[in-house]
Design a protein around this ligand. Structure first.
Ligand SMILES: *Cc1c(COP(=O)(O)O)cnc(C)c1O
Length: 420
């Protein structure tokens, strides 16, 4: 949990005068610094690339910032591919790790020279039929099944819909090689929001061994290994940040023990992380507008689960602080709630907080990934906008808040007149 919000109470209330709450605020300087630390840690590999998972924070300004730090983009839909394209992330800087993919999306990715990561062995035929050929470079997503323990958020690999089994992987690469594919990548992702660094080292070993097996069995030379996403962030105060250097060194040791002796060095290492890249550096700022005293004490805020779904959907913990009351005693217990007609619309449940009064600005922390992106319009709630705090201290609106017109845009009111 990062309690170091980048603005003082007076700066934040000034900002809230200009941009009415609720809004997301992203800290560009912190995003860049973190990205540099991440890249530095993994630069002990001959070639390294982070493909930022666009779904975590699909805003072109954020993508452009990350691209300038060397990132590519990881996409799973046509609009995400277009977002990358428009943000200057092109060609093999785009990883298309999709599943149940419509033909038109493969066509777009192929036309743009993006890396296509297939989710099933039957997709070889599907792709060949769609494109009339197979791309020069193909990647497959490996599902290790019972070989690998899952974690809480993503579940057990053998119950996950993603990827190919071990035997299918062996067959799939042999088949693609036979059909003329020249270059190969190998992908896996078996965790989400995992904080144990050993987990990633173990996953790397698993995938390295598979790369060696592919070389020995099929004569297939894997040129990159994509370790997926899944690096967690410490949402709770007692949790610890994943040490990038520790993970990188652990994976490097496995690389030296498995990849180098097998003659697979140099092998490119990739991640497609979203959460640790932007998560801790984004905040949802919302205003307390009501206080209610029934069987519990409630603080009603102007944001709702439609702006940040994680607490309501997964019971996820997000730290909440009150601007200007950071050092006040936490001598009240509140449920901090939004306005949806759903009782799960609670940003905090039975949380120890300082006394909150209507008008106070609340900061919901670690909302920079899977935050605004997961927003929705249930109850006709209009989603909030996004602000970027630039390194020079200025603030740029990078997404405006939704208006009623946006909500009605897919409806045809004019047609009502002639509808009986
Ligand atoms: C969600 C997802 C990611 C990113 O996960 P984070 O937890 O945000 O790092 C990467 N790759 C794939 C295939 C995903 O589905």
């Amino acid at each position: 949990m990062s309690c170091d919000f980048p603005l003082s109470a007076s700066q934040l209330s000034e900002l809230a005068e200009k941009f009415p709450t609720p809004f997301y605020l992203y800290d560009e300087k912190a995003i860049r610094e973190n990205m540099r630390a991440f890249t530095k840690a993994f630069s002990i590999f001959p070639d390294f690339c982070e493909y930022f998972a666009v779904k975590a924070l699909p805003n072109p300004y954020i993508l452009k910032i990350l691209a300038s730090e060397g990132c590519g983009g990881d996409c799973s839909s046509l609009p995400e591919l277009v977002l990358c394209e428009k943000s200057g992330i092109k060609g093999e800087k785009v990883m298309f790790t999709s599943n149940e993919t419509p033909a038109a999306e493969y066509e777009f990715a192929y036309k743009n020279g993006n890396i296509i990561n297939l989710d099933d062995i039957t997709h070889i035929d599907f792709l060949e039929k769609t494109l009339g050929t197979l791309p020069e470079l193909i990647c497959f997503r490996y599902n290790p099944g019972p070989l690998k323990e899952g974690n809480a958020l993503i579940g057990k690999p053998e119950e996950a819909k993603y990827g190919l089994t071990h035997d299918q992987i062996i067959e799939a690469y042999a088949e693609c090689k036979k059909r003329g594919v020249k270059r190969f990548g190998l992908h896996t992702m078996v965790a989400s929001n995992e904080l144990n660094p050993e987990y990633f080292v173990d996953t790397a070993k698993l995938i390295f061994n598979l790369a060696v097996e592919l070389k020995q069995k099929d004569g297939v030379r894997i040129e990159f290994v994509d370790l997926g996403g899944g690096i967690g962030i410490p949402y709770k105060p007692e949790q610890k940040k994943v040490d990038y250097d520790y993970v990188a060194k652990g994976i490097r040791k496995a690389y030296d023990e498995i990849i180098v002796p097998a003659g697979l060095d140099p092998l490119k290492i990739c991640w497609e992380c979203g959460r640790p890249i932007t998560g801790p550096y984004g905040y949802l700022v919302t205003k307390a507008i009501h206080e209610k005293h029934i069987y519990r004490e409630y603080i009603g805020v102007d944001a709702s689960m439609a702006d940040l779904m994680r607490p309501g959907m997964y019971g996820a913990y997000h730290e909440v602080t009150v601007s200007g009351k950071e050092n006040a005693p936490k001598d009240h217990v509140y449920d901090v709630v939004g306005s949806l007609c759903e009782n799960c619309d609670k940003f905090a449940v039975q949380r120890q907080l300082p006394e909150i009064k209507p008008g106070d600005l609340l900061i919901i922390h670690d909302a920079g990934a899977h935050g605004r992106a997961m927003g929705f319009n249930y109850n006709a709630k209009l989603r909030c906008g996004e602000l970027l705090l630039r390194p020079d201290g200025s603030v740029k609106e990078i997404r405006r808040r939704e208006t009623m017109e946006d909500y009605f845009a897919t409806l045809d009111f004019a047609g009502l007149d002639s509808f009986n």
